[in-house]
Ligand binder design. Structure first.
Ligand code: FAD
Length: 370
């Protein structure tokens, strides 16, 4: 087996971003992936400004911004009353030892590394989500705005990604075919159009009907309770976790992937600071300290995102009683929305610039290193 300083388990967004961060620091990383090849799961990922800052630190933001335009505002329609609210995102613009030093578990929601650390399995929120990509070779002609539709127990919406592709989603706490949908995209399409979203506006149904079937996915929404994040072992010696392996959360604020990118940069930053301090990459007890500092920085941030996402999903989807509607339409959309979604303004910092042999290039590293 190839020798590596760091082994990363899992080649999802967290694993690949972490590998990229380490590569930029000149640290040799080996990524282990159980899937046989590249594959697509889900149709799109909305990335808010915190993720773009992380991608910028990883040196790849520019490559992506040319392909996708930012979405600055959206509308939420109450299916029962027909009331429409505008929401703005403008504030957020912007066994055998193969490893010498560290192992980072980026192996997703059902992480074996998290289990090894002693973390409890994530909880099922009782809700599930389907998502897909509608394709319009001739152009869709929609405004670049998010449209959301809410009704008792269900929330759905769509977001144009560019002039030919529209991402759509539906989350629900009701279940009819449940896991059967996970295996059958045609069933997803049928269940959404004939059952779950049959009372939704035609505009939404027309988007769903334009889906590329290969992009349709169904997933139960799982999360790690915030108290497990705060009190649990997120690292042990030179082993830690990142991405969904550390902080699975419901997708109600679209922060799972964004925060996985933050993890990669924060971990890289702490490893880079250690390289600068020691003038080389060091492992052993010192690496355990580096991982502890990474965990300390991520623990409360991720616990906050999990809590915010859960509350956001609950309040938008819970019930049709006057109290939950008041919470949703007055407290959440008018007051809490801006506060809760300001988590997107978080800046995870820059990777320190070091050469591959560990020599710091301090002129590009304005942050003070103790
Ligand atoms: C419906 C829905 C909508 C979402 N929308 C958004 C959004 O808009 N914006 C956003 O930022 N996030 C969103 N998310 C969350 C986001 O998709 C996840 O947080 C993100 O994909 C997690 O990335 P990850 O790399 O941690 O895990 P994963 O993507 O799960 O990758 C884990 C990888 O590890 C591999 N693996 C697992 N076990 C092993 C093993 N034992 N050995 C080797 N390899 C292994 C797997 O094969 C996989 O490739 C959404 C999630 C859902 C369900």
């Amino acid at each position: 087996m190839e020798e590596a300083d760091v082994v990363i388990v899992g080649a999802g967004i967290a694993g690949l971003a972490t590998a990229l961060a380490l590569k930029r620091l000149g640290v040799r990383a080996l990524v282990l992936e159980k899937a046989e090849g590249l594959r697509t799961t889900g149709s799109a990922l909305s990335l808010s400004s915190n993720a773009w800052l992380a991608l910028d630190s990883l040196g790849i933001a520019r490559k992506l911004t040319t392909a996708y335009a930012p979405c600055r505002k959206g509308y939420v329609t109450d299916i029962e009353s027909g009331a429409i609210q505008e929401v703005s995102f403008s504030k957020s613009d912007m066994g055998e030892h193969v490893f010498r030093v560290a192992l980072i578990g980026c192996d997703g929601v059902h992480s074996v590394v998290a289990h090894w650390l002693g973390l409890r399995a994530p909880i099922d929120s009782g809700r599930w989500a389907v998502r897909g990509l509608a394709v319009y070779p001739e152009g869709h002609g929609l405004n670049l705005e998010i449209q959301q539709f809410v009704t008792s127990g269900k929330r759905a919406g769509f977001v144009p990604l560019n002039d030919k592709e529209v991402y759509w989603f539906l989350t629900s706490k009701f279940s009819s075919k449940g896991k059967d949908m996970a295996r059958d995209p045609e069933l997803i399409m049928k269940e959404v159009t004939d059952n779950f979203a049959k009372d939704f506006p035609r505009q939404y149904l027309k988007v769903v009907q334009r889906s590329d079937l290969s992009t349709l996915t169904w997933a139960p929404l799982m999360f790690r309770p915030p108290w497990d994040m705060i009190f649990g072992n997120l690292s042990k010696g030179n082993v830690t976790v990142a991405g969904d392996a550390m902080h699975p959360m419901t997708p109600d604020m679209g922060q799972g992937g964004c925060s996985a990118l933050e993890d990669a940069v924060v971990l890289g930053r702490h490893i880079g600071d250690s390289i600068i301090r020691n003038k080389r990459f060091v492992g052993g007890d010192q690496m355990a300290g580096v991982l502890e500092r990474y965990v300390k920085e991520r623990r409360w941030r991720a616990a906050g995102l999990i809590t915010g996402s859960y509350l956001s999903g609950w309040v938008q989807q819970e019930g049709s009683g006057w109290f939950t509607k008041f919470l949703r339409d007055v407290i959440f959309y008018k007051l809490l929305f801006i506060v809760l979604f300001s988590v997107r303004d978080y800046n995870c910092g820059k990777l320190p610039s070091v050469t591959s042999n560990g020599t710091p290039r301090l002129e590009n590293n304005p942050r003070k290193v103790d």
